[in-house]
Structures are given as structure tokens and as C-alpha cells.
Write a protein that binds this ligand. Structure first.
Ligand code: ZN
Length: 309
């Protein structure tokens, strides 16, 4: 075992908060962490994060790389003139923000890895969490928004831009008049299952809903459709669902997952055969993150470790 693992910096840049950490891995490997409000002034927020990271780097004396897992959409094409930019976000003040350059200027000697928050979380779960040993899996976050990171043959999928799984179109359940809450598409996955969508449908936040509220039926049915789409498109060996909605208030995380699995099986309707896609097998196919709410920041750490070599 390596007794002197590299120390790296990690930043999870989210829509409401930024988590920064320095360390070698999850749990006790996190030597220090700090939380910042994302706010609407990127220069100020990123400046505060950089200042904190610089202080930690000088305290530990050997920070070797930095990983940034950010909300998007992001330009991840190294050949693009806007590589490292958040591009079209509705998040006030952050559209067309270069998130990479301020870190490059502040830490010119260090490798700096940038990827989407969900790709970061996927990489972290692959290295230390619920997808260890798997080369093909998907990490989905269902919270204020919905996003998914796909790992295929051990690498995160970027493609032309990067996947935006949260905005896949969804079928309308018979008799369901809810118009959806996505500003762009109405009834996409995010428009039906993200926290604000559940609150819009039910008239109160998800955590206050009763366990038998019919909104949970609608949400878990839609979750099943979306998980089926992912399963059919990417053939992952596992799907990890992180984010706050999975905790499901009074329904509880265990029952939320059970309902999502049943709904996934119903949506697949037996078309794809695998023992893990039916009955109890689904308990190892649709799972919560093992790194819990640290999946994102640990993912940024894993990205940094990979870039440190
Ligand atoms: Zn949408």
C-alpha cells in the first residue's frame, strides 16, 4: 500500500453551493473542506475558493493536482476557444464563465482536471464507491435538477458536448395533467422528477410529502421510464442515483428505490434479459451512492488523482 498518497484539491461547483476539499480520498482522506455559496458573481466565488485552496496547499505543502466537477452545460472540447467555460446556464451571472482559467492562473504548475459534476461523481463512485470494479455504469443525480454521467469502458462519455440525461422527453401517464416544471421542455425527466417539479406538482416540498401521497407514484413511475431509457441506450451494469430527492422525505430512501426498481422493471416489460434486471436482481442494479453526499467532491478528487498520474 502506498503510505504517502498524493494530496489533491477538489472542487464541486454546484448551482447553489461550492464544496472545496483537499486530501487523498474519501472519509478520513479528506484533510480539510469548506463550503461557499455559488452566488451570482463567479469572479468573487471562484476567487474565494482559490484563496482557500492556496492556503490549504501551503499548509500541507504538497498539493499535486486539482479536480473541478462543475454544473454545466460545460465546454469540454480542448480544441475549442471556450474550453473550460460554463456555456448556456440559466444560473444568473454564470453563463459564459471561464471556470478553468482562474485556477490555471493561480496554480500554473499543477494539472487541473475539469468535468461535469455528474461525470465527477461517477468517477468517484467508480474509484471508491458503489461502482468499484465496473467499467460500464451511470451516475444520476436527482436534486434541484437532474443530470447523468455515463462511464463506458472505464471512461466518462463526452461526445459532441456531454450527455444531458435530465432533459430526455418522457411519456405522459394516462390522466396526468401536470404540465411539468422544466423551463425549456415542460415534461422532461427533470421537469417531472427534480425537487422543484415535485414541489410544483404536490404544492409542498418533497420532504414534507406523506409517504402515501400520489405524487410519489407519479415521480417513481417517471423515474422508471427514465431508468429504462438509460438501460436501453447504454446497457450499464449499474445505475447509481444520488441527489437529495432519493432520500424521499417520509417515504424514505429504501422505499423510493424499491418503487423505482419496480417501475423500471415494468417499463422494460421483460424485453432485455438479465438476472439483474428482474426482481431482487434489481437491488444491485439501481443503488444509492456509497460515497453519499460526498460523491461529487470525492469525484473531483478522483479526477485530480487521475490527472496527477
Ligand atoms: Zn428539460
Amino acid at each position: 500500500m502506498n503510505v504517502n498518497p498524493p494530496i489533491v484539491g477538489a472542487i464541486e461547483l454546484g448551482g447553489t453551493k461550492v464544496l472545496a476539499a483537499i486530501g487523498t480520498g474519501p472519509g478520513d482522506g479528506i484533510l480539510a473542506r469548506e463550503r461557499f455559496a455559488t452566488g451570482d458573481d463567479p469572479a468573487r466565488t471562484l476567487g474565494a475558493v482559490i484563496e482557500w485552496l492556496r492556503a490549504q496547499a501551503s499548509r500541507t505543502g504538497r498539493m499535486q493536482a486539482i479536480g473541478i466537477a462543475s454544473f454545466g452545460p460545460l465546454d469540454l472540447d480542448p480544441a475549442s476557444p471556450t474550453h473550460g467555460f460554463i456555456t448556456t446556464t440559466p444560473k444568473h451571472g454564470w453563463a459564459r464563465t471561464d471556470v478553468l482559467a482562474p485556477f490555471r492562473r493561480a496554480f500554473p504548475a499543477l494539472p487541473i482536471a475539469l468535468d461535469t459534476d455528474v461525470n465527477g461523481a461517477a468517477i468517484g463512485e467508480g474509484r471508491w464507491g458503489a461502482a468499484q470494479g465496473l467499467d460500464d455504469f451511470v451516475y444520476v443525480t436527482v436534486g434541484t435538477g437532474i443530470g447523468g454521467g455515463a462511464i463506458v469502458r472505464g471512461k466518462p462519455v463526452h461526445g459532441l458536448v456531454h450527455p444531458e440525461m435530465g432533459h430526455i422527453p418522457m411519456p405522459r401517464a394516462e390522466g396526468d395533467a401536470f404540465p411539468g416544471a422544466c423551463r425549456i421542455h415542460g415534461r422532461c425527466w427533470e421537469g417531472l422528477c427534480a425537487g422543484p417539479a415535485i414541489a410544483a406538482r404536490a404544492g409542498c416540498p418533497a420532504e414534507e410529502l406523506d409517504a402515501d401521497d400520489p405524487a410519489w407514484d407519479a415521480v417513481t413511475a417517471s423515474m422508471g421510464h427514465a431508468l429504462a431509457t438509460i438501460t436501453l441506450m447504454l446497457s450499464p451494469r449499474r445505475i447509481i442515483i444520488g441527489g437529495s430527492v432519493r432520500k424521499a422525505g417520509r417515504l424514505g430512501e429504501d422505499r423510493f428505490f424499491e418503487r423505482c426498481r419496480v417501475s423500471l422493471e415494468r417499463s422494460l416489460a421483460g424485453y432485455v434479459y438479465s438476472p439483474v434486471l428482474s426482481g431482487d436482481g434489481l437491488r444491485s442494479f439501481v443503488v444509492p451512492p456509497r460515497l453519499g453526499d460526498d460523491a461529487g467532491v470525492c469525484g473531483a478528487m478522483a479526477m485530480a488523482l487521475a490527472s496527477a498520474g
